[in-house]
Design a protein. Structure first.
Length: 339
């Protein structure tokens, strides 16, 4: 879980980190951005905070900018820590694209400490209407990872709604154009093309999930508040945080909902293989279907826009399968041994 000031900074202050990576600012001014004359890439370097923001930014940037994740893409976005390597990337970047809504706010004081008053910061979620983090962890609209304190009472995972993701794409486009007007046309054309794809994705998901409006899905922890909000679904959540074990009451409630709704699968993120979840899967005779919240994942050569669209299509298929459609076994992360 990200804290306002990661613990490692108490040992190595920001200035010391900058000395270690050899990128201290000249006296009286910010660190200079990379230039072609210095041997650095002529394209602007854009750093991003979390995997979904990396994907959206790369889809807009194309060959106009070099987009680098600030943190390893396999890192849980709630456990980000700043080390010398991250400070080095910040020091040579022209633009930082972050999600906002409390997910990566801990970076803001570091930017000032790094002497980067010239660093353009794009908050991709600016203008997006967020969902609140609610206190009911067992049914309906449960808490997402129980991070209400760090996220100021709002849920930051807005990219799991294609139309909110489309808003983020527009904000990223505007910020990149402001930082690099020489590539205005490229940024604009790619953002427009991706926005059309996101609109079409939403329309496909709406048609696919329309028969299940008002139905309840059972998830191990609260993976999909924005997805459920967009497509008018309810959620039954077994635990507040992924590392917890569900209570007997939560398991009994899940069983009742499965029988009432006629569910054909349980939803969990790809990395989730909790023993209690696997036991519930066996007891109910239901597969565990993959819903990928795109919080983390391996780097891939797949184009960023295609990766986002493919993942969201697979998420839609998993939800439809859990609610009564034909479950797509390719989305399963676990299944009962005997059916």
């Amino acid at each position: 879980m990200a804290s306002p000031l990661p613990a490692c900074l108490g040992v190595l202050p920001v200035v010391a980190l900058l000395v270690l990576v050899g990128c201290t600012a000249p006296a009286g001014g910010p660190a200079p951005p990379p230039t072609a004359e210095s041997g650095a890439p002529s394209r602007p370097v854009v750093v991003t905070t979390v995997l979904p923001i990396t994907l959206l930014t790369r889809a807009v940037a194309g060959d106009c900018a070099t987009v680098e994740p600030l943190f390893p893409s396999t890192t849980d976005p709630h456990d980000l820590q700043v080390r010398p390597a991250e400070m080095a990337r910040l020091a040579r970047a022209r633009v930082l694209v972050r999600n906002g809504l409390g997910l990566d706010d801990f970076l803001l004081p570091l930017i000032g400490g790094a002497g980067r008053s010239d660093l353009r910061v794009i908050e991709a979620s600016r203008g997006v209407t967020p969902l609140p983090v609610e206190d009911d962890h067992g049914h309906g609209h449960g808490s997402d990872h129980d991070h209400s304190d760090s996220h100021g009472g709002v849920n930051p995972h807005v990219w799991l709604d294609p139309l909110r993701a489309r808003q983020q794409v527009g904000t990223i486009r505007d910020g990149l154009i402001a930082a690099d007007p020489s590539c205005r046309k490229g940024y604009g054309e790619r953002a427009e093309a991706f926005s059309r794809q996101l609109t079409a994705l939403n329309q496909r998901l709406e048609r696919q999930l329309a028969p299940y409006r008002g139905s309840t899905v059972v998830t191990f922890h609260d993976l999909l508040p924005y997805f459920a909000d967009r497509y008018q679904l309810q959620r039954a959540v077994l635990v507040s945080t992924p590392g917890e074990s569900p209570s007997i009451a939560a398991l009994e409630q899940a069983g009742r909902i499965v029988r009432r709704e006629g569910l054909r699968g349980l939803l969990a993120e790809p990395q989730q293989n909790n023993r209690a979840l696997l036991a519930l899967s066996r007891d109910l005779g239901l597969p565990i279907l993959r819903f990928d919240p795109l919080e983390r994942g391996e780097e891939s050569s797949e184009p960023a826009a295609a990766r986002y669209l493919r993942t969201m299509e697979a998420n839609g298929a998993a939800v439809a399968g859990a609610l009564g459609g034909s479950p797509d076994r390719s989305t399963a992360v676990g299944a009962p041994a005997d059916r």
